[in-house]
Design a protein. Structure first.
Length: 135
């Protein structure tokens, strides 16, 4: 059986940079900081996706004021930013960010409630927080 499921990794990279001040700031929040190694948290999160998930399908939700820095960070690790960044007009926390991504990907909640056989014909999304660090 050919797998027709297309998975979109949705990276939630919002935030105002207030919790870890002075390391992170309003225009340079924690997801852009290099806490561990040579890469920022957003870069490390994207680099952990393969081989399970296709980096070409990644979408990053961030605030409008962070779009250019997110673009720069993902270019640095060899990922094209074209059609990958979703700018929130204003931050409203996790659920609205997820809904915005689903809306822009023209997805519905239907796959969440369908049987496995029906899901195979749908697209699916998986959500990651850019400030999570997994060993």
């Amino acid at each position: 059986m050919k797998n027709r499921l297309k998975i979109y990794p949705i990276l939630l990279a919002g935030g105002s940079g207030t919790r870890l001040w002075p390391v992170s700031r309003e225009l340079y929040p924690k997801q852009l900081v290099k806490f561990i190694g040579e890469n920022s948290l957003v870069q490390n999160t994207i680099k952990r996706l393969p081989p399970s998930l296709d980096v070409a399908n990644v979408r990053i939700v961030c605030g409008e004021e962070h779009v250019h820095e997110i673009e720069r960070h993902i270019k640095e690790i060899g990922v094209s930013p074209e059609n990958k960044i979703i700018a929130e007009p204003c931050g409203r926390n996790t659920a609205p960010a997820i809904l915005l991504a689903m809306r822009l990907l023209n997805m519905s909640m239907m796959p969440c409630f369908a049987s496995f056989r029906r899901i195979m014909s749908y697209e699916m999304s998986v959500y990651f927080m850019s400030d999570w660090t997994l060993p």
